[in-house]
Design a protein around this ligand. Structure first.
Ligand code: 7TS
Length: 427
């Protein structure tokens, strides 16, 4: 097996500017998602669980099938044509992602299995290098378990301490506290761009500037940011940005860690194996260049191809129109639900994206979810892998309706009607 630098096949060549996208039409967009056409228990499907995983447009499904039907082989190793094509497709996807997130260099875009793996990678390489006994790792109350546990494992290993930035009752991060808690022992700050449980949007750019003034690097969990906000990693000013393909209309099993080149160069490799090496003897191994140093073993090639197709699909939309549509849904849904007697919204930050979390009287969220499912309405119920946040809010769980670009006002109307049924049933 030989390791080769990033392919520069036709897929990586600069593309001509895309033609201007047609005005965003949610009905047309929804029709591109085959899964949404079905009925669930005899009712039209109202899919309101995109924060857990979004559905996939035809373009992504077809790109993955086409790849397997025509181009599949292992990457970076074969001299044969299929391997060349697979390598060009895989590296082409990296270039698409680079452009999509505003990164300067495709070598800074590492493919992972998802956000979780990306955050573990940073914790076990960058984190391990930096964090020593007595140091502090700054997190926020809003974090998903994926952005808590890897740091907690590191802190335990190193004898370091987690310090947590509090939120107010609306689920808004207390910035003055954040600034105060950035202390002389803070070795890094890890925070989410958008809360998966409440939808709060954090002012990440401002926070990065605050942290950098004190010399603290920032790891951003973009799992819920990238599906809802335009992301430019250089403009945000973060040091690392992690996200998952499956929440942004791409396949499962693929995600991205973007990191500043200076950090990635200085970090030790994480997993050892094929493709991440230049040469191996039993005495000594030398490592491959970026990004391959961090991509041991056969990568998720089809996943990357699908993610590239999702990026193309998103970039083919009228982005401003799409964001306005989501914003309208959020406002409309919030208004509809506010009118349901006994309903309490959980998470009322002024800046929110994609998520409406709530409780209905004292009906257990799981019961609400079960009744809604019978009405064809798919929501998530539970702690949303944010147990410390639930503890802070003094509740065990919520019902969460989360939005994708394919949702229509009718989905939210189905939710509100379903909640009326729940109310009658549990009155
Ligand atoms: N970070 C945030 C903010 C998330 O919302 C999630 C997944 C992750 C990290 C982990 O992403 P993964 O792709 O590696 O699993 N969030 C959810 C959710 O809200 N419901 O199911 C998964």
């Amino acid at each position: 097996m030989t390791a080769t630098p990033a392919a520069t096949g036709p897929a990586a060549a600069p593309r001509p500017a895309a033609p201007a996208a047609a005005a965003f039409d949610p009905v047309k967009v929804r029709a591109e998602f085959p899964i949404l056409r079905q009925e669930i228990r005899g009712k039209p499907l109202a899919f309101l669980d995109s924060a857990a995983s979004s559905q996939k447009p035809r373009a992504v499904i077809d790109a993955v099938s086409r790849y397997y039907e025509r181009d599949h082989a292992n990457v970076h190793r074969g001299v044969h044509l299929l391997s060349e094509r697979a390598t060009a497709a895989y590296e082409g996807a990296r270039e698409k992602v680079r452009r999509f997130i505003g990164a300067g260099d495709a070598a800074e875009v590492l493919f992972t299995r998802g956000t979780t793996e990306a955050l573990n990678l940073v914790a076990q390489t960058f984190g391990r290098q930096r964090v020593r006994a007595g140091d502090e790792i700054l997190l926020t109350t809003l974090e998903h378990h994926s952005n808590i546990v890897p740091w907690q494992m590191l802190a335990e290993e190193r004898g370091a301490r987690l310090v947590v930035v509090p939120v107010d009752d609306r689920g808004v991060l207390l910035l003055a506290e954040l600034e105060r808690l950035l202390g002389p022992r803070t070795r890094l700050l890890a925070l989410t761009q958008v809360s998966n449980a409440l939808g709060t949007v954090n002012p990440v750019k401002e926070i990065c500037a605050l942290a950098h003034r004190k010399g603290v690097p920032v790891v951003v969990d973009g799992a819920q940011g990238i599906p809802h906000l335009p992301v430019d990693v250089r403009d945000l000013g973060c040091d690392f940005y992690a996200f998952s393909g499956h929440k942004m209309y791409g396949p499962t099993g693929i995600g991205v860690l973007w990191g500043k080149r200076e950090h990635l160069e200085a970090m030790p490799p994480w997993q050892g194996g094929g493709d991440m090496i230049l040469s191996v003897t039993f005495e000594k191994t030398t490592y491959n260049a970026l990004p391959h140093k961090f991509e041991a073993g056969t990568p998720p090639i089809a996943g990357a191809v699908g993610l590239g197709a999702a990026v193309d699909w998103l970039q083919g939309l009228d982005l401003a129109g799409a964001l306005a549509h989501e914003h309208d849904l959020l406002r409309y849904g919030t208004e509809l639900l506010s009118r349901v007697p006994g309903l309490r919204l959980v998470g009322t930050a002024p800046e929110k994206a994609g998520v409406i979390s709530f409780l209905l009287g004292d009906v257990h969220p799981h019961d609400v979810g079960t009744v809604l499912d019978r009405e064809g309405v798919a929501v998530r119920t539970g702690h949303h892998c944010a147990q410390p946040l639930m503890i802070r809010l003094g509740i065990p769980a919520t019902v969460r309706a989360s939005l994708g670009l394919y949702n229509l006002r009718s989905d939210l109307e189905a939710l509100a009607a379903g909640l009326e049924k729940v109310r009658r049933m549990f009155a």
